[in-house]
Design a protein around this ligand. Sequence first.
Ligand code: GTP
Length: 182
Amino acid sequence: MTTKTDVRILLVGDSGVGKTSLILSLVSEEFTEEVPAKAEEITIPADVTPERVPTDIVDFSYQEQSEDDLIEEIKKAHVICIVYAVNDEDSMEGITSVWLPFIRRQIGEDAGVPVILVGNKVDLIDYSTGEAMEPIMQDFAEVETTIECSAKSLRNISELFYYAQKAVLYPMVPLYNTVEKD
Ligand code: GTP
């Protein structure tokens, strides 16, 4: 098994769930109401990441990008965070009706690219959506873990990116399909 020398994290999810806000909150350690549609791609240098590996964080926005751009980014990603808003049922529903099937269609089920389900905006509710994520984890083996966070209160922001790094560096899903294909 080769050791990864960098980690590329892609954030996808319905419009308005807070993908850009999560990235900007991580970088600036404060929440800004006004964010651009898409954050510039950023590279966190190795020495400030917990696992000492340079980490690219990539935002995706349908407002500025096409489906072809999305497919290209999915193929380049080492780990994909599907972000939903905990107060938005439609964005939760989209995890299984849109995002996970779409990702599978691009890279297959056994690509070894872990997926993390990220429930953002926990500052707006006083219950957990964790239980609703459990059946999804059972049905989709590529889902490695789930986390609830808030770009606004900064809760679990650094943890989210740490989980993503760890999912790449210490994979739990098989890296290769052991069944040989013709
Ligand atoms: P697209 O670019 O359309 O895909 O949206 P996005 O997923 O990047 O969402 P964005 O970061 O633009 O945030 C959408 C709205 O949600 C903005 O008004 C943010 O201020 C707000 N928002 C983002 N994160 C949080 C959060 O943790 N809590 C609350 N209360 N609002 C948030």
